[in-house]
Write a protein that binds this ligand. Structure first.
Ligand SMILES: O=C(O)C(=O)C[C@@H](O)CO
Ligand SMILES: [Mg+2]
Length: 390
């Protein structure tokens, strides 16, 4: 048995070229403020955290997180790393509880849980590498020949630009497409028309034989969403995502009574958080992100809970930790997929840090049965474009 010897955290600050922000690009929670300022601010991720955990035999497991990387790094360095050093990585459930319970006063949501997630993901990668098996084989194995994926971009732009992007994406035959609303409550009736025009325009291109997902990124409120839902029905959305802020569970529950499924959970943390969402029937689709929710250990428990409630789990973000869980769980029907692009909001930044992420081909992706662990390594291909803090 090889014990954990060290934990190395690095923050990757992207210094390379970025796509400049545009107005009304994507609604978000800050839209409720009188000073709109930089509309992209609250969902721009131009930094990433990597967490490498090494065992005595020199094997290295890799975890990562995207939320507030400098703070998450400090939390791991100061609190969580000492809790796992000297331990057996195969005691992962004990290690998870140790991290969760010893920091419970401040760590159970947000920065703390994101840090636990990065450590836990690294431990699972390590367990895969130590056993010579891909992580999905440790989680239950292959439940699908391949993973169907939906194209996730289509930020609000001119109708012509959005239709051109959808047409281009269609060439890869995705199983669904997610678009973002650019307008919200403070844009009034005119903004509603602009929103509806774009949904209609995207449907015009992708047709009605594939799923269309609609993302609000918490930029609406209850009243506005109640007015929008009947107007959206004719476009047959697969779901309406995060219409209101993550804490408004009652709002989600009220909206989720209607014919359009409401999705959420991208900003929820831990098994208990998801129990609350499920008890309240607040969401029809669960979208945890493994690198926020408590890692693979927590995600597997949420998967079981969601399955018992017959609520599908479709994790936020197309990253390996999410793909492995999706492959191993029958209640995870499809994955989100971020197309490879120049760095924009930052969703695509992980492509510049890691190598090994699978490409979507004809609307599906696959995981390699013979690649141990998560199947990604840290790459130095773009290292000159980053300032890395250690
Ligand atoms: O992909 C999502 O679901 C997100 O919420 C990502 C974020 O960039 C907003 O589009
Ligand atoms: Mg989302």
């Amino acid at each position: 048995m090889s014990k954990i010897k060290s934990v190395r955290t690095r923050v990757w600050n992207w210094k390379g070229k970025t796509v400049p922000p545009t107005g009304n690009f994507c609604a978000n929670a800050s839209d409720a403020l009188y000073d709109r300022g930089d509309a992209m601010h609250s969902f721009r991720f131009h930094q990433w955290l990597t967490c490498e955990i090494e065992t005595e035999d020199g094997t290295i497991g890799i975890g990562n997180a995207a939320l507030a990387p400098n703070l998450v790094k400090a939390a791991i360095d100061e609190y969580y790393a000492p809790m796992v050093i000297g331990e057996d990585p195969f005691d992962y459930a004990y290690l998870w509880e140790k991290m969760y319970r010893r920091t419970h006063a401040w760590g159970r949501k947000g920065i703390g849980m994101t840090a636990i997630s990065a450590v836990d993901i690294a431990i699972w990668d390590l367990m895969g590498k130590l056993t010579g098996k891909p992580v999905f084989k440790l989680l239950g194995g292959r439940t699908k020949e391949k993973i169907p994926v939906y194209y996730s971009k289509l930020y609000a732009a001119s109708v012509e630009e959005m239709q051109a992007e959808a047409e281009e994406a269609m060439k890869n035959g995705y199983q669904g497409y997610k678009t973002r609303f650019g307008y919200g409550p403070k844009d009034g009736m005119k903004g509603m028309r602009e929103n509806l025009k774009r949904v209609e325009a995207v449907r015009e291109v992708v047709g009605y034989d594939v799923d269309l997902m609609l993302e609000c990124y918490m930029g609406w409120n209850l009243d506005y969403t109640k007015r929008m839902l009947p107007k959206l029905e004719k476009y047959e959305p697969r779901w309406l995502e995060e219409p209101v802020i993550a804490d408004d569970i009652h709002g989600y529950a009220e909206l989720n009574k209607g014919p359009i499924p409401i999705s959420g959970g991208e900003h929820e943390f831990s098994l208990m958080g998801f129990r609350q969402l499920l008890d309240a029937k607040a969401v029809s689709v669960i979208q945890y992100d493994t690198n926020r929710v408590g890692g693979i250990t927590a995600a597997q428990k949420i998967n079981a809970l969601a399955e018992a409630h017959q609520v599908p789990v479709i994790p936020h973000a197309g990253q390996m930790h999410n793909y492995h869980l999706t492959m191993a769980n029958v209640n995870c029907p499809i994955s989100e997929y971020f197309p490879v692009f120049d760095v924009e909001v930052g969703n695509e930044l992980f492509y510049y840090i890691f190598e090994g992420d699978p490409d979507a081909v004809d609307g599906f992706l696959d995981l390699d049965d013979n690649k141990p662990g998560l199947g990604i390594e840290i790459s130095d291909k773009y290292i000159s474009e980053f300032e890395v803090t250690e």
